[in-house]
Design a protein around this ligand. Structure first.
Ligand code: ADP
Length: 428
């Protein structure tokens, strides 16, 4: 069979209106959105026509599915399975069927965008998925075992359902790929670096978006800003951004380094791991489980990695929940301090992600430590957690903003842009 050229100048209408499906796979979640973008990209993030979220964290072996349309229709279901491709196919059926139907057939979708967590050093730009891209995602799964295989399952499930639709990978490591070597190389033997053991950094899609959105909202040239973006969700990371580029970030070779997180420890003395391996007969799997799933807010509180639950327990007087919160703030501040030193100054501090966007107490506690910079939080504004707004006073020397994380929208935009620049080619 020869090659067929699939041009993404769609339909015969006067306006090229695109429908873009986005898949965003987490280790125990799967999100998906359908966006429509018309001839021009809007200045502000668009709302999806349809969005779905699958959550495997609530009950063992059960997938909880929630689907919402822009009209407000909601569908909630539970499926008894851990099988991601099966769940994806079920989730996507709700696009074309039942009360959450928003399109007549899959063929109405012009392109599918996937968030891929690890792109290694080779993938620094959004990329049309061809067999060699899938091979690379699989190869890089040794560096991101909780994410890359899930991303690949999403790609394969959608390729089966939509065999003729171009698919695009947008990499979470890409934004950090130009971090200077002095920040990227670990001070172990140099051979580590030669073997690919280096800082990759993650959450890049959102860190980059936050930098661009900050420049837009402050009406400044991005190249003139020194920014620290604080992505605080279930996973947490900071990026130091200068001239629109990431020059340092707290996550490293894996998404385990850096800040204390919901269930991940963040950085701990590596000597602890040697001690546990030697003295408590632990193995790699057990360490992995402890450091990724039984540490952080959950490990310290003994309750949960969910900040809402930590806050409500603090209100009941729970001391360990209070300690977990205080440690989280401490870890955040000492790492902001590190990013600050890398940047040599700061124009704006950005809070994003579920905790960053919603926890006024956390933002207030963190900002207090940086009052010495002339940072003045507007406590009333902060208490309201306003979306995509500044929360500092007009005389503050450092601006502080809350930005809603918009990974899915960024992926949709990247697909749209790529479709303008490239002819998507596929084997047939
Ligand atoms: P993910 O990294 O999986 O995308 P999110 O960005 O949704 O996760 O962030 C999840 C975190 O946000 C959880 O710790 C949750 O408790 C926290 N969160 C969500 N809403 C609030 C809130 N109103 N107050 C404090 N924390 C919140």
């Amino acid at each position: 069979m020869g090659k067929t050229r699939l041009r993404l100048v769609i339909g015969s209408g006067v306006k090229a209106r695109m429908k873009i499906l986005v898949l965003n796979a987490g280790s125990s979640s799967q999100k998906s959105c359908l966006y429509q973008i018309d001839e021009e990209l809007p200045d502000n993030p668009a709302s999806p026509l349809w969005e779905a979220k699958v959550d495997w964290t609530q009950h063992q072996g059960m997938a909880e599915i929630k689907v919402k349309t822009s009209e407000g229709t909601v569908l909630e279901e539970e499926l008894q399975t851990n099988n991601r491709p099966e769940v994806i196919s079920h989730m996507l059926d709700t696009l074309t069927q039942g009360k959450t139907q928003v399109i007549d057939e899959y063929a109405a979708i012009n392109v599918v965008g996937h968030r891929v967590v690890h792109g290694g050093q080779g993938y620094r730009e959004p990329t049309v998925i061809k067999p060699e891209v899938k091979d690379a995602i699989l190869r890089l799964a040794i560096f991101a075992p909780a994410h890359n295989p899930a991303n690949l399952e999403g790609i394969e499930a959608t390729q089966q359902l939509l065999p003729n639709v171009p698919q695009v990978a947008v990499f979470d490591t890409a934004f950090h790929s130009q971090i200077p070597l002095r920040a990227a190389v670990y001070p172990g033997p140099y051979e580590w670096f030669e073997q690919g053991i280096r800082r990759y950094g993650f959450h890049g899609i959102n860190h980059q978006y936050c930098a661009q959105r900050t420049a837009q909202l402050l009406n400044k040239d991005l190249a003139s800003l020194r920014l620290i973006t604080c992505h605080l969700g279930n996973g947490c990371s900071l990026a130091a951004i200068q001239d629109g580029k990431s020059i340092d970030t707290t996550m490293g070779f894996t998404p385990l380094e850096g800040l204390m997180m919901g269930t991940r420890s963040g950085s701990v003395d590596p000597g602890i791991l040697i001690y546990l391996l030697r003295e408590q007969e632990m193995d790699a799997d057990k360490l992995d489980q402890i450091l990724n799933r039984a540490s952080g807010l959950k490990g310290i509180s003994g309750l949960s990695g969910d900040m809402r639950q930590i806050k409500s327990e603090i209100d009941q007087g729970n001391q360990r929940a209070q300690l977990a919160f205080d440690m989280f703030v401490h870890s955040l501040c000492r790492n902001i301090g590190a990013m600050l030193a890398t940047l040599g100054g700061l124009d704006a501090l950005i809070f994003t992600g579920g905790i960053g966007e919603n926890s006024a107490a956390l933002r207030a506690a963190a900002c207090k430590q940086f009052e010495f910079l002339g940072l003045k939080l507007d406590l009333d504004k902060n208490a309201q957690s306003p979306v995509d707004q500044e929360i500092t006073t007009s005389d503050s020397a450092v601006r502080v903003l809350i930005l809603q994380a918009q990974e899915d929208w960024v992926i949709a935009k990247e697909c749209w842009k790529l479709s303008r620049e490239t002819d998507f080619r596929q084997s047939s």
